[in-house]
Design a protein around this ligand. Structure first.
Ligand code: EPU
Length: 306
């Protein structure tokens, strides 16, 4: 990979299997640039990275890896700063769990409903990460982005954004740099108790000790969450190679050790085929697919006959 020469001073370049950097523990190699120097951002974007890696929690990467470089934001992009009372500016590389813990301890409420969501702030912005009760954009007042084909980052007011369930609403290729969060005063003990309860509920209903990418599908409706649908279709526990539909939660596919992206894709096709055939429900993917053809995940007739 031909990076500008000065890149190796201060930034970190590696050719790494993405299986090591994703919670699914699946994915071939890619050139990964961890950007530590804010002043090199322009030059980093000039090599046209296709993907930006946050905590690696919501993605499935091709077994062949990624052709184009993958960008990670280093520690310099995780700074926090109080803009005014209750308005906290946070860089995209900041870990969400650490941020929630700090806010709760310091008596600032707003984020505790997202406790247990594995993400960086950039990933949470990109996906509008959330739980059943709270979305990340609920707290966002302004977001700093580099829009595709634009040269200069801009701040955009929340009112001019259009986040929806599990999507920021920004165009594909938007690069998230940071945001400002509107927080409100709360009792640290109460905020921490809420955060702990959220985490405990997740631990009781999700296979958190197994490698996975969280929920695979968006919920088709509040009345029919994907996990319940998969359970009603009798598909929990189905296995293909190293990939298995979780016995614990039907909307999780777990990597039992050596799963390949192609095996996950085959399970996804089977679930989608049955949901469509038996319930007329079209399940939309929640996870991002990196260098994987979306057609691999589209059900075919043979996905009903196994
Ligand atoms: N259910 C089943 N069988 C299952 C799984 C769930 O019957 O195998 C039922 C549950 O009993 C419950 C309903 O389905 O009545 C909803 O299940 P749950 O409370 O687990 O919530 P969910 O809708 O499946 C959503 C988010 C999760 C988030 C939880 C908790 C989506 C796709 N999923 O799950 O987010 O952690 O609420 O807030 O919106 C993620 O996005 O990766 C993710 C895990």
């Amino acid at each position: 990979m031909n990076w500008p020469e000065h890149f190796s001073q201060g930034n970190h370049l590696a050719h790494t299997p993405l299986a090591e950097l994703t919670t699914f523990r699946i994915g071939g190699p890619a050139h990964v640039l961890t950007l530590e120097r804010v002043e090199d951002l322009d030059a980093a974007l000039a090599v046209h990275p296709k993907w930006v890696l946050g905590k690696g929690a919501n993605i499935l990467v091709s077994d062949d890896g990624c052709q184009r470089p993958v960008l990670r934001l280093g520690r310099q992009f995780s700074a926090t700063q109080w803009v005014e009372e209750g308005l906290l500016r946070v860089g995209a590389a900041h870990d969400l769990a650490l941020l929630i813990g700090r806010c709760c301890r310091e008596g600032w409420g707003g984020l505790e409903g997202l406790s247990g969501v594995p993400a960086t702030v950039g990933g949470a912005l990109c996906m509008n990460a959330g739980t059943a009760s709270r979305w990340f954009f609920d707290c966002v007042e302004r977001v700093q982005v580099l829009l595709p084909n634009e040269g200069v980052p801009v701040w955009i007011e929340r009112g001019k954004t259009d986040p929806v369930y599990r999507s920021s609403g920004f165009p594909a290729g938007t690069f998230f740099i940071g945001c400002e969060l509107r927080l409100s005063r709360g009792e640290p003990e109460e905020l921490l108790a809420t955060a702990r309860a959220m985490k405990a509920a997740k631990a009781a209903s999700q296979p958190l000790s197994a490698a996975s990418a969280g929920c695979i599908f968006k919920n088709p409706s509040p009345e029919m969450p994907a996990g319940r649908l998969v359970e009603e279709l009798g598909l929990k526990g189905m296995r293909l190679g190293g990939a298995q539909i979780s016995e614990v939660h039907g909307n999780f596919i777990i990597n039992t050790g050596n799963a390949r992206a192609s095996e996950v894709a085959a399970l996804v096709r089977r679930i989608r085929a049955r949901a469509q055939e038996e319930r007329g429900i079209s399940l939309a993917m929640e996870i991002q697919l990196w260098d994987l053809d979306a057609e691999l995940f589209e059900p075919q007739a043979e996905d009903l006959s196994w």
